[in-house]
Structure formats: C-alpha cells, structure tokens
Design a protein around this ligand. Structure first.
Ligand code: SAM
Length: 259
C-alpha cells in the first residue's frame, strides 16, 4: 500500500475537508441560504436518497439512551439522527468547519452534543467510557487508521460496539478509478491502492479487502464486515453489467465490532 510522504500527513487531510463540510456541495444545496433549515434538509434528503442503507446499518433508535462517540461528524447528518434517537452524543472531527456545521445543525433542531475538533488518532476520552462508537467513511482518510481503531477500542466499554464503514478496494469504484487513472494513462502497473490514495477525496485515502478489515479489528471479540454495492459503484455503468457483479464488489464495507 502507498506510503505518504512526511508532508502528506493528516494536515493535508484537514486542509481538504476544511474546504467544505462533506456532502454540502453546491450541486446538493443549490443557492439555498447556508446553515438554514432548508439547506440541512436538502443535505439529508440527498444523503439518505443515495445511502438509505445507513439506517439499517446504524439502527439509530435501537441505541436509545446510550453514550455515543461519533468520529468524523462531517455535516452532522447522522449525528442528528443519533441525537433524535435519544443518545448522549459526543462527536469529533479533524476540521473546524465540520464542528461548526454540526453544532449549528443540532441547535436548529433543539439538540446539543459535546463536539470537539481533534484528530481521532488520539482521543481525549477515558478508557471504557462509551457504549457505542460510530464512524461512517472516515477512518480510511487518516494516515494511521490502525491508531484510530486502537483508540476506538480503548474508549469503548467492555461489550461496547463499534459501527462504521470503510471503503472496499476490490470494488467497481476502485476499478473505475484504475481504468481512468492507470489504464487510460498507459500506467496499468499502478495498483488499486495507489489510485485510491491519489484520486479519491483527501490525499492518502485507503481502501481495504474484507480480510484486511478483519485484521484491523482483530482485537475485538466479535466482528462482522459486510460489503455493499453502492450507487457510486453503479454510476456510469450499464445496469446489466452491475447486476453481474456480486455485492462483495461494492465500495462500502460495513462493520459491526464488539469490544
Ligand atoms: C467523507 S467525510 C464523512 C463525514 C460523515 N461521517 C459522513 O458520512 O458524511 C470524512 C470526514 O472525516 C473527517 N476526518 C478525516 N480524518 C480524520 C481524523 N483523523 N480524525 C477526525 N476526523 C477525521 C473529515 O474532516 C471529514 O469531515
């Protein structure tokens, strides 16, 4: 897997995500007033239109009353669902922008959360302090994902659960990136890991196989890792082709891991 140079650490990741909170781009929100109710509702409609399966993976209401830490709150769409479901919410993100947007969002709907701008490679929480840690599409952006996972395990109570999603490398999304940036550029020797690291969102993004995900979580007592075919896999491809590819060729690996 590609190693980053000393310069390309989480500072570059922060710079990338600080440009705008994840999922709040102009094609999604149009000309609507930033941080208004309509702005947030457009973001929510768009997100769960594309990723409706988040509800069945997270099962927000099932965790009512628990103490939750969300890593990488982004625009706070899922964080709002946790608050609505009656959890004691704590959230972190690498960027100030994400913290401000999430804080504004929760306040608009009458909720609050302890939100902190920090790098999740070091979490400022005591051992055994959360029932649930949630992180959707975040940990693969860190320079040292294994440090975040060790921190997740440390802050979870015994029998506490991690729920999250990491990108899958043996996927149509990664293959399309490879065709565009390796094959069509006469560089078929470039690996799937290299093209994901260079061309998928922030610098150094990682993508895993299910086996690698299991290895990352090998200190947990019970782990399920399920690959999902996503609209991002199907984009630009004829449906007859995507129907031939099994779910394990999908971009999202959804994880449940018990400490
Ligand atoms: C793809 S967005 C996902 C946001 C949100 N979970 C969602 O699903 O919309 C990635 C987020 O992770 C945050 N992030 C990346 N690396 C991080 C790190 N090391 N510690 C904390 N947050 C991080 C980014 O700032 C960004 O808000």
């Amino acid at each position: 897997m590609l190693r980053l140079s000393a310069k390309d650490d989480n500072e570059d990741v922060r710079r990338y995500w600080n440009q705008e909170a994840c999922g709040t781009g102009r094609p999604i929100v149009g000309e609507v007033q930033e941080l208004s109710r309509e702005w947030f509702e457009r973001i929510e409609t768009h997100r769960y239109g594309l990723e409706p399966f988040i509800h069945s993976v997270a099962q927000f209401t099932r965790h009512h009353g628990k103490r939750l830490l969300e890593i990488g709150v982004g625009a706070g769409t899922d964080h709002l669902q946790w608050a609505r479901a009656g959890l004691d919410c704590h959230g972190v993100d690498l960027t100030q922008r994400a913290i401000e947007v999430t804080r504004a969002r929760l306040s608009l709907y009458g909720f609050s959360s302890d939100l902190q701008r920090i790098d999740a490679e070091t979490l400022p929480f005591s051992d055994d302090s959360f029932d649930l840690v949630y992180s959707w599409g975040v940990i693969h952006h860190a320079e040292h994902p294994e440090r975040i996972i060790a921190e997740v395990r440390r802050v979870l109570k015994p029998n506490g659960m991690f729920i999250g999603m990491l990108y899958g490398r043996h996927s149509l999304v990664a293959l399309k990136l490879w065709v565009k940036h390796a094959l069509f550029r006469g560089r078929p020797d470039r690996t799937l890991a290299e093209v994901v690291a260079h061309y998928m969102e922030s610098p150094g993004t990682k993508a895993y196989t299910v086996r690698e995900v299991r290895e990352l979580f090998d200190q947990f007592t019970h782990v399920t890792a399920t690959t999902l075919m996503t609209p991002y896999d199907r984009l630009w491809l004829p449906s007859w082709l995507t129907h031939l590819v099994p779910d394990r060729g999908g971009w999202f690996i959804c994880i449940h891991a018990v400490k």
